[in-house]
Structures are given as structure tokens and as C-alpha cells.
Design a protein around this ligand. Structure first.
Ligand SMILES: [Zn+2]
Ligand SMILES: [Zn+2]
Length: 731
């Protein structure tokens, strides 16, 4: 440490807090002094708040009034690399630093004294009576040669109930001890042999190992369909990282997938990694945060915010399913975890692996531009992994408005049932029907707080707003004209589709996979397991089924409405539909049996539908890239969305118009301003929303211009302004 970075007792230092202030605050260093980056507890008014020592005090006030730092926390200080990462993300996303610090310290209880917990290890006593269960406990402890366990860890590892372990205490066969709660994670075995790799996988793994061993920044796209062994390949990169004594971070988009993933990880490295996602308990979060900072956690598997953990020596970041929309945080600090992972890696000389079967256009363009390397994995079943794809032109079917499965699709399902194979009917819409209309007066039931129609969920027996989550019971009479018994559902959701399936295939065993139909992730997993074992004839699913699950007996995918994603003004509509259709179609014929995907569409000649059918991925990317280049939109131009919202429409409009009239800072950098216009969903939770869109050339200093621009208006109390750099959604 530089001497200039240490502040002796009494010296004035400035502290960044997570409080919504526009500046840092000065305090006196406590007894024993404090170093730059140290996490501290400081008095603020009557409260004590968390802060980080940011540098020498700024002064400029009566120093005798300066208060003293009340405690230096027993955690690793913030490293310069982390500080610079937070500052760069703040500058890129136009986020105030206190909000960045909050994001980087999202572990409750950091200010509490370290707690204690009970651990269990082998004692010298003999059990009074050998039972099979007791023997398993003692064998497990012997296997791990003197290691201690928590009660739960030991019970899980030995497959016994906790009472078996407690029953061994009086004899002294097991000893119980108190230790600090936040213990290091079990060491991972980097030298354990990995799964046997095919030649192609081996080559890809070798390339990734070399990238990690270089201990320099690099980004590699690892492209391959599910089943091509992407995970095994990037776990080799993790092993290489561990060998160099560096830490690795694996980002995953969906919690439902992690437990399957954790088992694979444990098989590979002999122990579990640290986990960081919304399902992790508060105390466990604190342990992860502390241990990552002290090097007591070698690998973290987590959701996007794991990127802000205080890694001590980060050598590798894997972003699995890098195209996934959930990597973009849509409120608070609006950042894209994939892009910020690349930024973080460049600051700490780490390698990045972006894994995907259907990469985002951004990543594809970065490969084309030579910024990222690319590795392609073929499926282990050979290149013909995508099933045959055909469009079913729905214009010729003239289905009644209450029916959604064409006769041709129904016949294909029947054929599968005769052969004892499974079919998947895909519809990316939760609930029973997207619209409820009054057949007497034409009224459509809408949310009271949002500019959105309410979706009927028959399973829950309620109407639900998919914007704000508000629900209400289905009324008997029309809320507008009062006529009873004329409310009717319009359009399909998965629940309605399930009803049609039950009517048309009464002998079939069906399962509906939709996130809102399961009380817990465990119940969902159980259902997925049953399907994989072949317990189902027809699977009806939303987007949930597009991801990763392997159903070996599934040979037919029917897409109920292939046009659904193509509606709307979203610039990524084509890309998303292309990815989703390919992912869903890829569920069919994953084993030796060849699969087929049938896409019901009203526009079979649409270029995106044609590209999906042709399966010409590179062709699709090239055409899509050319179109975006022409339009000057990302990744070939820059965009920012500004969303103004407030309870009073007139006030919000005033602010929007004022902003539009004072766009000089934008014009100076050649940026164009579109709007103001009501947002596509013009009211959410009772707040009116107005959008402005800024477009600029790729090299333009957009952030500086944006902050100069919005600084000109003083926001009324109730109005909120959000800036979304590189917006992913346009609602
Ligand atoms: Zn009515
Ligand atoms: Zn609503």
C-alpha cells in the first residue's frame, strides 16, 4: 500500500456512503488510522451508516465540527480496480455513486459484529450402538479427513436427519463447536479429472484455457447448441483459472437452472461454489460477500448482480446464455451485466467467455469486428441437431375464434402419441386469455392503475395485470354496461390452450409449464423431471420451456403463434423471435430420434419467419446487421431512452416538453431526439409515462451530452426521470 493511502488517527478523510447525497462526507480517522478503500461505519445525524473511505478529506468547513468514523469494518477494503469499475459503470449508466456503492454492498449485516454458529467434526468417542445411519455420518466425516461441517451440510452429505447427528454428541463420537459464522468455502479441486471431451470440445477447452492462462483481458464467444457441451468446456476454463490461484465468476440468467448446474459443478470440482442470487439467505449473502473479498470463495455462481461482488483476484467471467434479456437490469441502476462483465474483466486482466446457442447481435457484431474471438461447438449428435422446420399457413385453416390448434398440427400430435413420443405446444403467453371483452357493449377489462388490459388466469380464478401484478376477481357483470353473462375471453393463453388440448386429446397426459402455475422452484423441477422421464404425452409451455431442459422423448414442437414476437416497435423484435423460435424448435429431437418443428403463422413470407425456416443463422445475422446499420441503431449506433413518470400527466408533459425544447447539448454532439411521446404502456401503477429517445453515432460522447441536457431541468417532486443507456425494452 502507498503511504499516501493511509490516514493516521485524526486525519480528515472523505467517505462515500450509500445515502442519496450528491457528495462524499468528511470524517476524522479513528484510533489506529484507516486506509483508503476501507469499509467503515460513520455517524450521519442520529444514525450510523455504511461507507467507504474515498480519499483525503475535502475540508472547507470548521474542522472542529468534523465527526469521527465510528468503526472500521472487519472486511477487505475496496480495491482500486473495484473502485474504478464502479466509477466507470456510474459514468456509463449515468448513475450517482451512492447508488453504485449500494449495489456493491448488497449484503445485509456487514456492520454487525461477526456472528457464531455451530459446527460438527469427528470426536474420539465411539457410538453407543452402530446403526446404518450413524455409520454413514462417521464415514462421511472420515472421508473428508478432519473437516468440520454445519449440521445441514453433514446431514445432506450423509443423507441422514439432523437428529441422527445430534444423537451422536453424548458419546463424543461427534463434537459440536462454536465458530465464526462466515467461514471460507470448501476448497475446490482444480486437478480433479473433468468429463471426457470430444475432439472438438477438447480444442475449444484448450483455447479457453490458453485465454485464462494469459492472465490478460480477452473475450471469447463460445457458440454451441444445448447438448454440445458448452458447460463442460467452460468448466475447463474455470479449472485453469483455479490453477492460477485466481477467482472465477459464472453468471446464469435463471435461478431454476442453477441447482442442476450446481450438481454438475460439484461433480467436476468436488465441492460446491458460492451462490449469489435472490434465493440465497441473507446470512449466506453476507458470507459470500466477505469471503469473495478475502479469497475464501474461489468460484461464485450467480445472477447479474454478482458482478459487483468485491473479488480479490478475478481471473475469469463466464456469461452463460449471454443473449438473455434478464441480464439487463430494467430499474434502479439500468445496466447490462454482459457488457459490464466485459468492462470489469478489462480492468482486472481477466478472460470473458460469452456462451450461447443464439448469440445477441451485439456479440455477433463484436466478433465480426475482431474484438471478440469465436469458438463453435457442434452438437455431439452431429451438425443436424436442428429439427426439420415447416410453416403452417394459418390463413388456409379458417379456424373458429375459440380454437388455436390447426388440424395439421393436431394430426402431427396424434402421430407422436401413437408412437409413444412427446409433443410440445409452445405459446409465449401466461394465463387463460389476454383479453376479456363484453359481448354486449364491447368493453375490455383494463387495469385500474395501468394502461394495460387484464389477463384472465382461470387457474387462480382472477384477472391479473402483467404490468403491475394487480389482481381482481372475474366480475359476473360487465363493469361498463352492467349486463351479466356476456364477458368472453379473446385470444389464447397457455391455460386456454390446455383446455383445447384436453378436449381434443382426451386420452393424452398433459403438463402445463408456466412460471405462475408452480408454488415453488422445487415443484417446477419435479414436473420437469417427470416430463423428462416420459410421463407426459403433450407439454404445453411458455418461454420457460425454451431454456435448457432436455426431454429425450420429445420429437414434435408446435409453435401456436410464431408471429407473436414480431408485433410491436421493438428494434430487437426480429432478433428475439429468431432466437426464441430456434431455442424452442431445438427442444425437438435431442436424442437419436429426429424431430420436427411446425410453426403456425399468418405471415409465412415474413423475412424473419423465412430465416427461421431456412435455418440460415449467419444469413439472418448479416441481414439484420445490415438493417440496423442503415437505421443507425445499436450495435451500429447509440441509443438512450428517457422515461419521465409521475401521477399528474400535465406536470410530466411540461417537463418532457421543456426537455425537448432545450436539446442544444444533444445537438452539439450530433444526436437526434425523438419524442416526447406517451410510452407504449402510458400508465403503470398510476403513474403516467412519457418517453424520449436519443440516437447518436457510435463514437459520439453521448453520456456527457445527456447529463448536460437533463441537468437543465429541475424536476418537480413527484416526477421521476430515468435514463436507460442501450435500452433493451421500449415499454
Ligand atoms: Zn358491457
Ligand atoms: Zn396494472
Amino acid at each position: 500500500m502507498d503511504e499516501a493511502d493511509f490516514y493516521p488517527e485524526g486525519a480528515l478523510v472523505t467517505v462515500l456512503t450509500a445515502e442519496p447525497l450528491d457528495r462524499t462526507l468528511d470524517y476524522k480517522a479513528p484510533e489506529g488510522g484507516v486506509e483508503r478503500g476501507a469499509f467503515v461505519e460513520v455517524p450521519l445525524g442520529p444514525r450510523k451508516v455504511l461507507g467507504c473511505v474515498w480519499g483525503a478529506g475535502l475540508g472547507g468547513f470548521d474542522l472542529s465540527k468534523a465527526r469521527r468514523i465510528s468503526a472500521v469494518l472487519d472486511v477487505a477494503p475496496m480495491r482500486d480496480e473495484m473502485r474504478s469499475f464502479l466509477e466507470k459503470v456510474a459514468a456509463y449508466t449515468l448513475t450517482p455513486m451512492p447508488a453504485m456503492l449500494r449495489l456493491a454492498t448488497r449484503a445485509p449485516g456487514l456492520m454487525n459484529p461477526p456472528g457464531m454458529r455451530k459446527i460438527y467434526r469427528r470426536g474420539t468417542g465411539l457410538p453407543p450402538r452402530e446403526t446404518e445411519a450413524r455409520k454413514r455420518v462417521l464415514d462421511t466425516l472420515d472421508d473428508y479427513g478432519g473437516l468440520s461441517f454445519t449440521l445441514k451440510e453433514l446431514a445432506d452429505a450423509a443423507d441422514v436427519t439432523p437428529s441422527v447427528i445430534k444423537g451422536l454428541l453424548p458419546s463424543g463420537a461427534i463434537v459440536e463447536e462454536d465458530t465464526p459464522r462466515d467461514l471460507p468455502y470448501r476448497r475446490l479441486d482444480a486437478d480433479a479429472p473433468g468429463k471426457e471431451l470430444t475432439e472438438a470440445q477438447g480444442e475449444a477447452a484448450q483455447a479457453l484455457r490458453a485465454a485464462v492462462a494469459a492472465q490478460a483481458y480477452s473475450t471469447t464467444l463460445l457458440k454451441g447448441v444445448t447438448g454440445s457441451g458448452k458447460t463442460e468446456v467452460y468448466l475447463e476454463a474455470v479449472a485453469e483459472c483455479l490453477k492460477h490461484g485466481r477467482q472465477a465468476l459464472v453468471l446464469l440468467p435463471e435461478i431454476a437452472l442453477t441447482s442442476e448446474f450446481l450438481t454438475r459443478f460439484e461433480d467436476r470440482f468436488g465441492a460446491r461454489p458460492a451462490e449469489w442470487h435472490s434465493g440465497v439467505t441473507m446470512t449466506e449473502r453476507r458470507r459470500v460477500w466477505k469471503m469473495v473479498g478475502q479469497g475464501g470463495a474461489q468460484v461464485v455462481i450467480g445472477a447479474r448482480s454478482a458482478l459487483y461482488l468485491p473479488f480479490q483476484n478475478l481471473g475469469l467471467i463466464v456469461v452463460d446464455e449471454e443473449h438473455d434479456g434478464s441480464y439487463k437490469q430494467e430499474d434502479g441502476v439500468m445496466y447490462n451485466a454482459r457488457d459490464m462483465a466485459v468492462l470489469r474483466a478489462s480492468l482486472c486482466s481477466a478472460a470473458v467467455v460469452l456462451a450461447s446457442a443464439t448469440p445477441s447481435l451485439e456479440t455477433w457484431a463484436n466478433v465480426e469486428a475482431g474484438k471478440y474471438k469465436r469458438l463453435d461447438l457442434e452438437s455431439r449428435y452431429g451438425p443436424a441437431v436442428m429439427p426439420d422446420m415447416q410453416a403452417l399457413d394459418m390463413r388456409v385453416d379458417k379456424l373458429p375464434a375459440t380454437q388455436f390448434i390447426s388440424e395439421r398440427l393436431a394430426n402431427a400430435v396424434r402421430m407422436r402419441m401413437q408412437k409413444g413420443e412427446q409433443s410440445l405446444l409452445f405459446l409465449n403467453r401466461r394465463g387463460y386469455a389476454p383479453v376479456t371483452i363484453c359481448r354486449a357493449c364491447g368493453f375490455q377489462i383494463a387495469c385500474d392503475h395501468c394502461d394495460a388490459r387484464m389477463v384472465e388466469h382461470r387457474f387462480l380464478k382472477r384477472l391479473m395485470c402483467h404490468q403491475c401484478g394487480e389482481t381482481k376477481p372475474m366480475p359476473e357483470a360487465c363493469p361498463s354496461c352492467g349486463v351479466e353473462g356476456r364477458l368472453a375471453p379473446v385470444g389464447p393463453g397457455v391455460e386456454r390452450l390446455a383446455e383445447e388440448v384436453a378436449e381434443r386429446f382426451p386420452e393424452a397426459k398433459c403438463a402445463v409449464l408456466s412460471s405462475d402455475l408452480f408454488a415453488s422452484a422445487r415443484a417446477l423441477k419435479e414436473q420437469i423431471r417427470l416430463i423428462a422421464e416420459g410421463d407426459t404425452d403433450i407439454i404445453i409451455g411458455t418461454q420457460l420451456v425454451a431454456k435448457g431442459h432436455n426431454f429425450p422423448n420429445l420429437t414434435l414442437v408446435g409453435v401456436i403463434d410464431a408471429d407473436l414476437g414480431l408485433q410491436g416497435s421493438d428494434l430487437r423484435a426480429a432478433e428475439r423471435t429468431f432466437q426464441l423460435m430456434r431455442q424452442v424448435a431445438g427442444r425437438a429431437g435431442r436424442s437419436e430420434k429426429k424431430g420436427i418443428a411446425l410453426l403456425q403463422t399468418y405471415q409465412p413470407e415474413h423475412p424473419v419467419i423465412r430465416a427461421i425456416l431456412a435455418g440460415d443463422e449467419e444469413g439472418f445475422w448479416r441481414a439484420e446487421a445490415a438493417e440496423r446499420k442503415m437505421a443507425g441503431v445499436p450495435p451500429y449506433g447509440r441509443m438512450a431512452g428517457i422515461i419521465l413518470s409521475g401521477p399528474d400527466l400535465a406536470v410530466v408533459s411540461d417537463v418532457a416538453n421543456h426537455l425537448a425544447r432545450s436539446a442544444m447539448p444533444l445537438q452539439r454532439v450530433g444526436a437526434q431526439l425523438f419524442g416526447p411521446a406517451p410510452a407504449p404502456i402510458a400508465r403503470v401503477r398510476g403513474r403516467h409515462r412519457i418517453r424520449l429517445l436519443v440516437k447518436a453515432e457510435k463514437g459520439a460522447p453521448l453520456q456527457v451530452a445527456l447529463s448536460d441536457w437533463v441537468r437543465q431541468v429541475k424536476l418537480p417532486n413527484n416526477v421521476r426521470l430515468q435514463i436507460d443507456i442501450d435500452p433493451q425494452s421500449f415499454w
